[in-house]
Design a binder for this molecule. Structure first.
Ligand code: ADP
Ligand code: ZN
Length: 723
């Protein structure tokens, strides 16, 4: 028997450190306290019961709703040398009785079953013969009628549990609504004290919304950046899936379709091809994804607008489970929202009302070009995201737009909204301003209005863009039902006081926005990585398992970064445990050693995650802050840092500031950017920082009456901190 959770983590799974809350949940389970763990997809729920299972003497029973998931988990565990098995209808009678025998004789540590199997007399009597130490209920939201995936058999698990009073119970889910949570706890009799809720923020996902213009070619350009990588493209309808699949196939992409209209065999073959890396891209309806454990999905594109924030977050959550960067792109057009609206209008009563609200929330999210994307997404899960700049979404990474004085057009637009009686949408208001003679304008007599035809200096598109900005700035309300615009109190006051308005008249091209699609946490040798991948695929095909069962991408990337050339150093790589070292170590060393010889490469020292994590915890800083702070001290140029992290200069300086404010020594550097302020002003700014503190720029900016720009202040602040 293994001794501690840490030892099992390293020896069996090859990992250095726990993800947030894993250790807490594991310790609680080992202390035989019934627990509920709520973690996002990719949060690492499986280890929460797999590690205790290896530390308990008896059996851990895992209830799971999907056969595909059980098979996948068992394959992964077996590759790591963990005696796990499942019992379900996909097994031959011989395999079934063989598995029953391994349970009876105590060989198996983990048993995966569907609830209906567990409830069958045959299995219950088998389990009466052995010691059950832990009952794990995966996808525990299935127990709740309030969840999106209610399964009546889950309700009976409470009874089963009473059969093993000694066994500890662990329920796991990624569904976070309080109602479902409470329902799980009460059905299973869990106490609130043992609830663990992890943050739902998935830091490694880059989140972007782009206006959909020519959808197909936008998608094609996006995919160019993900050659040889896996991803999912979600569409609204089956027809759209088929069309897009045909379009991408004709471009030469490695792509397959997936939707409920396809023949069962075709559908499961396509899914299998995706999981096994035989094909890179799945174009699918939302029917695809449940039961997919593939950790190396590098992008998720929403080609059409999702129906709700919840669904959207779940779908993008299928990318980047391995913790490596992944890119989530939503292509948004108002037309798509209108299309969804049309479908919603065919529903009735409460159902319709709920759907309208959900659509409204996602439209508001998609149209927001100012605020961090993570804020509304996490707010949906009851989580407040406090950081001002996540550094990993389009809005946080965008160059601050240059704002112009738009007072005159804003006044024209707002008065026209008022003149049409606050009963019309933006397009109609724009038509009136442009002096259109269309049927609707004439029918309502709007050609008589004083605002008719006074806005010919802007195009229809510009007026609509202006309307969106005015709404975001809180000057306009939009009625959810009919999209009619009305003035807010703020707007009335602003018009009355002749306040100035600032905004943009030209919408930026989405392609001008920066993104992080190519960012990698670890710099590695691409050629070696490709060789290792090919070896992995060969081994996986020989064993009839998906490649990630052999090793994750993360593991191969580390091999291609540190060039381990002995069994000992290979064991230091994340994801290499004892059994995998025995099974696959030789094959991979057989690639790495000759490659390093040919290219005269030496091993590099790899600092274990645990030490890095400890350092990070000590300083309380994110890895990126430390990375950028250290690079700055080592003399890295702003350009190279901007290039590497795909963020603008100001954000780099903010990171360096954060690094220094956490107490790290900072080097004095005069070589950053030329300052525009006169020397006397610079001195005044330094003095103001001394007096007011370096944490915020605004007080200093105001004290100097705006004579020194924010750009200069950011640099001067670093001078001050480096003293
Ligand atoms: P969930 O079930 O919460 O979606 P999984 O248990 O499938 O998440 O874990 C997601 C991925 O993260 C898996 O590939 C798993 O091996 C990996 N993982 C889990 N815990 C750790 C850890 N502590 N260190 C490194 N990788 C981990
Ligand atoms: Zn952000």
């Amino acid at each position: 028997m293994q001794s501690s959770p840490e030892a099992v983590l390293k020896n069996a799974f090859g990992y250095d450190s726990f993800r947030p809350l894993q250790r807490e949940v594991i310790e609680n389970v080992l202390a035989r306290q019934d627990s509920l763990a709520i973690m996002p997809t990719g949060g690492g729920k499986s280890l929460c019961y797999q590690i205790p299972a290896l530390l308990f003497n008896g059996l851990t029973v895992v209830v799971s709703p999907l056969i595909a998931l059980m098979k996948d988990q068992v394959e992964q565990l077996r590759a790591a040398g963990v005696p796990a098995l499942f019992l379900n209808s996909s097994l031959s009678p011989e395999a079934y009785s063989e598995n029953m025998a391994s349970i009876r004789n105590g060989q198996a540590k983990l048993l995966y079953v569907a609830p209906e199997t567990l409830l069958s007399p045959r299995i219950l009597s088998l389990l009466a013969e052995v010691q059950v130490d832990c009952l794990t209920i995966d996808e525990a939201h299935c127990i709740s009628e309030w969840g999106h995936d209610f399964r009546p058999e889950y309700r009976q698990l409470a009874d089963v549990r009473r059969r093993w009073p000694e066994a500890v119970c662990l329920a796991l889910t990624a569904t976070a609504t309080p109602r479902v949570r409470a329902d799980i706890s009460s059905s299973l009799g869990l106490t609130a004290a043992n609830e663990f809720v992890a943050s739902f923020n998935r830091e490694n996902l880059f989140i972007e919304v782009a206006p959909k213009r020519d959808g197909e070619s936008q998608l094609a350009r996006f995919l160019e950046r993900f050659k040889e990588q896996s991803g999912i493209v979600y569409c609204f309808s089956r027809r759209q899936v088929d069309e897009l699949n045909a379009y991408l196939a004709q471009l030469g992409c490695s792509v397959r379709p997936y939707h409920a209209g396809l023949d069962d065999t075709v559908r499961s073959r396509n899914q299998e091809d995706f999981i096994r890396d035989n094909v890179q891209i799945m174009v699918a309806t939302i029917a695809f994804g449940m039961g997919i454990n593939k950790p190396n999905v590098r992008f998720v594109v929403h080609y059409d607008l999702p129906k709700s924030i919840e669904g959207y977050y779940q779908e993008i959550g299928r990318s980047g489970r391995d913790g490596l960067p992944a890119h989530c792109l939503l292509l948004y057009s108002y037309g798509d929202a209108a299309k969804l609206k049309y479908f919603i209008n065919q529903k009735e009563g409460d159902e319709r009302k709920a759907a309208v609200q959900q659509l409204d929330a996602i439209v508001r999210y998609a149209e927001d070009r100012r605020n961090c994307r993570r804020k509304p997404l996490l707010a949906y899960f009851g989580e407040q995201f406090s950081s001002e700049n996540c550094g990993n979404c389009d809005n946080c990474n965008a160059e601050a737009p240059v704002l112009e004085d738009i007072t005159i057009p804003a006044q024209k637009f707002l008065s026209c909204v008022f003149r049409v009686g606050e009963r019309f949408g933006a397009a109609h208001v724009a038509d009136v301003l442009l002096g259109s003679k269309n049927e609707k304008v004439l029918r309502f007599g709007h050609e008589q209005l004083s605002t008719y035809g006074i806005g010919k200096e802007l195009s229809q598109k510009q007026w609509l863009f202006l309307a969106r900005q005015l709404a975001q700035l809180g000057f306009l309300n939009q009625d959810a039902e009919h999209r009619a615009l009305s003035l807010t109190e703020t707007a009335r006051a602003a018009l009355k006081n002749r306040a100035k308005f600032f905004g943009q008249l030209h919408e930026a091209e989405p392609s001008a926005r920066s993104d992080s699609g190519k960012r990698q946490e670890i710099e590695h040798d691409q050629t070696l990585f490709a060789l290792l991948r090919a070896k992995r695929k060969e081994l996986a095909d020989a064993d009839g398992v998906p490649p990630y069962v052999i090793f994750s991408d993360r593991t191969l990337i580390e091999m291609a970064a540190y060039y381990p050339q002995s069994r000992q150093s290979l064991l230091g790589i994340s994801g290499v445990g004892q059994v995998k070292l025995e099974k696959f170590g030789g094959a991979f060393l057989g690639i790495i050693i000759p490659y390093c010889q040919e290219n005269a490469l030496a091993e590099k020292i790899r600092e274990p995650e645990r030490r890095k994590a400890a350092k990070k915890a000590e300083s309380g800083l994110g890895s990126r802050t430390t990375l950028i702070g250290e690079a700055y001290n080592n003399g890295g140029s702003l350009e190279s840092l901007m290039e590497r992290h795909q963020i603008k200069a100001g954000t780099i300086l903010d990171y360096v500031t954060k690094y220094a404010l956490a107490g790290n020594p900072l080097r004095q550097r005069e070589d950053l950017l030329p300052l525009t302020a006169a020397p006397a002003e610079q001195q005044a700014a330094l003095a103001a920082f001394e007096e007011l503190g370096a944490e915020y720029l605004k007080p200093v900016f105001e004290k100097l009456d705006g004579r020194v720009s924010y750009e200069d202040l950011r640099i001067l602040r670093l001078r001050c901190l480096a003293r």
